[in-house]
Design a protein around this ligand. Structure first.
Ligand SMILES: [Zn+2]
Length: 423
């Protein structure tokens, strides 16, 4: 095997045939320091590379002994570039008789999902609109100025202070959304620009570390609602979510009055998440992982905030304003981000395919139905564009043969019954 971490010369297959491997062999390599995974039916030894993985060793390690094809495609912007790093890690390929999936998964569903994703890419649905993000940043900056102007013009009384706190909390909440999309490298074509912009929004506008957010959030998307892999639901023993309540019940472990957790959630969940939990965890992350640039960015936020408001309130008053903004912002953050995750299935690893694992944590729809419905929706759009607009022209490849597998199933099963009901 070549030097781990060095890009290969290309993705051409080596002259010698690759050893063939079976899933039962691959499953034995899912230990700390000994991990294999599969991408596009090729087997990679990531044992040493995991420590150098830009997304963190935990993130890539969560896919140990799995088919990580869809996660690989979802997490990397420039696949051709990343494939160069895979080449030195290649140790074999799946034996021809082995399925591409690592468990009892629906191969047709996986195929339909990939066709759907390809159709969405062909329709440029993942292309960001620069004007939208410019306006998003613009209104955040405008709110920061507006809050200061309210205090400057009307003084630090209760009414102007409450108004300023509400405006600042709205600005902070909107910053979460903007930095989230930048963290997903969804705004700029160059990933580097996304990262720099995320550091500005997260560091200067919010006082948090962008790397800390990515460390948590990438794991959340890789394994949504899975204990010990998704940090967002690994909250025991403070709260017992999903299967952990059964587990604690059987073992008779009781550190808190869990029968009242639905009540104390309102005291320590929404009000304190960003003020206490995030602040402490964020500072610990920056110090332990020696993210000194992030620490400087965060310092720039606190310097600006206190320089702006200490002249009106003094130090204790400015601190009170800061706490009020964080508590308001925290409610907004918790209700928006957790309402679609906490009520869903939360538990241990089920080794589902990518599409099913994402949908199980976010909506109540059967994955195959969702893919069929969404494929049908896209095909309506394609047909509409091709028939009623000049862009793309009807002769373009996008107007021919773009029908996805899910659409075929949808048109077979649903369209006839719809046609009969609309007569
Ligand atoms: Zn996300």
């Amino acid at each position: 095997m070549g030097g781990v971490g060095e890009p290969g010369e290309g993705s051409a297959r080596p002259a010698a045939p690759l050893p063939t491997l079976r899933w039962e062999q691959i499953r034995q390599h899912n230990l700390p320091g000994d991990k294999w995974l599969v991408i596009e039916r090729r087997v990679y030894d990531i044992s040493r590379w995991a420590q150098r993985h830009p997304g963190g060793s935990r993130l890539i390690g969560h896919h140990g002994a799995e088919d990580a094809t869809d996660a690989f495609r979802a997490f990397h912007q420039d696949l051709n570039f990343v494939r160069k790093f895979l080449q030195p890690l290649l140790i074999g390929e799946l034996a021809p008789e082995e399925p591409s999936q690592d468990g009892p998964q629906d191969a047709q569903l996986v195929k339909d999902f990939r066709a759907l994703r390809q159709a969405a890419e062909d329709m440029e649905l993942f292309e960001a609109k620069p004007a939208f993000f410019a306006l998003l940043l613009g209104h955040i900056l405008a709110m920061e100025v507006l809050a200061w102007l309210i205090i400057y013009l009307f003084g630090p009384g209760w009414v102007p202070s409450t108004l300023a706190a509400l405006v600042l909390a709205t600005s902070q909440a909107q910053c979460w959304c903007l930095q989230h999309d930048l963290g997903h490298t969804s705004v700029f074509r160059k990933s580097q620009w996304n990262h720099v912009a995320q550091q500005f929004v997260m560091g200067q506008l919010k006082g948090f570390s962008a790397h800390w957010w990515n460390f948590r959030h990438f794991q959340h998307h890789a394994k949504p609602n899975i204990f010990h892999k998704d940090p967002d639901v690994t909250v025991a023993p403070v709260f017992l979510l999903g299967e952990s309540s059964v587990e604690y019940g059987k073992k008779k472990r009781r550190y808190l009055p869990y029968n009242h957790q639905h009540l104390y959630f309102f005291l320590i969940g929404p009000p304190l998440l960003t003020l206490v939990n995030f602040e402490v965890e964020n500072l610990a992350y920056m110090l332990v992982c020696m993210r000194w640039t992030d620490l400087l960015w965060a310092t720039s936020f606190y310097s600006r905030f206190f320089l702006c408001y200490v002249p009106f309130y003094g130090v204790p008053g400015a601190l009170l304003l800061f706490v009020a903004v964080r508590v308001l912002e925290s409610h907004w953050f918790v209700w928006i981000t957790q309402m679609n995750h906490i009520p869903k299935e939360i538990g241990h690893e089920k080794h589902r395919d990518w599409a099913s694992s994402q949908l199980a944590a976010t909506c109540n729809v059967e994955p195959s139905l969702f893919i069929d419905w969404f494929s049908g929706h896209l095909n309506f759009q394609i047909e509409h564009q091709c028939q009623h607009t000049l862009s793309p022209p009807a002769s373009s490849p996008r107007c021919q043969g773009t029908t996805t597998a899910g659409w075929l199933r949808w048109s077979r099963h649903c369209a006839p019954s719809m046609a009969s009901t609309t007569k």
